[in-house]
Design a binder for this molecule. Structure first.
Ligand SMILES: [Fe+2]
Ligand SMILES: [Fe+2]
Length: 242
């Protein structure tokens, strides 16, 4: 009886070890984005989308710089960047903010005035993008002038808009939503992103932005470091000298 019992213990232990190895293997082979996506909070999700918007602002600035200097630029860079603004930022990111954040702040009677301004700016942004889409097919000098003005007004509004959301609105979101609901919202945002842009939708959009940056020769990051400080030592090199 005693020998059978030990046999059972050993058998169960062996089975548990095998299950554990398989579970580890399954986790190791899981795509990184899937593994990470469950842990992305609503604020992180929205902030990384602001990162995409920030890169679009850089693209717009480069297009304006070229127009100001009478340099050419591939027209599809403007149309592709503007399509990302319309589809990803305005029809997805901003809809999430309006539906899940602004409404909750109003119900909680917190940051009401700020959310009103942000909400109106979403609408204004949609009008400006309508203008950019029309003016982007510019035929004459006036069209070009209007296009530059529209893009400038877009950059001028969206830079403080997203900064205010990053520093005031998103941090305050924790205080009006229970932890369980906060986590569930992160999952909902991810599900909506996947529904609209497919699996790994965010990564796909980032790759599209990178393609536009490469076409405009603004992808390589070191070009933005001031030339006279370009070769300063890294953290490891500074530590090694101490
Ligand atoms: Fe917004
Ligand atoms: Fe936003």
């Amino acid at each position: 009886m005693r020998r059978v019992s030990i046999f059972h213990i050993v058998a169960v232990y062996t089975l548990l070890c095998v299950i554990s190895v398989f579970a580890k293997d399954a986790k190791a082979t899981q795509p990184v984005s899937q593994e990470v996506s469950g842990q992305i909070s609503p604020a992180e999700d929205l902030m990384r989308e602001h990162g995409v918007l920030n890169r679009i602002l850089l693209i717009y600035e480069e297009i304006i710089r070229r127009m100001d200097n009478n340099e050419t630029f591939p027209p599809e860079t403007l149309s592709k960047a503007t399509a990302i603004v319309r589809n990803f930022i305005q029809d997805y990111h901003e809809k999430l903010e309006e539906k899940y954040l602004f409404s909750r702040f109003r119900t909680a009677n917190k940051l009401v005035e700020l959310t009103k301004v942000l909400d109106r700016q979403h609408e204004a942004g949609r009008k400006v993008v309508d203008d950019i889409m029309v003016q982007g097919k510019f035929q004459n000098a006036d069209d070009k002038k209007n296009l530059i003005e529209s893009i400038r007004s877009f950059i001028r509004m969206y830079r403080p808009h997203k900064a205010r959301e990053d520093t005031i609105l998103f941090p305050a979101f924790h205080s009006i939503v229970a932890p369980k609901e906060y986590k569930e919202l992160g999952d909902e945002f991810e599900a909506e992103e996947e529904r609209l842009f497919g699996r790994n939708g965010f990564e796909t959009i980032v790759r599209q932005v990178e393609d536009i940056e490469r076409t405009l020769a603004i992808y390589d990051l070191p070009q933005f470091t001031p030339a006279k400080y370009k070769n300063l030592p890294t953290w490891e090199e500074r530590k090694a000298k101490e």
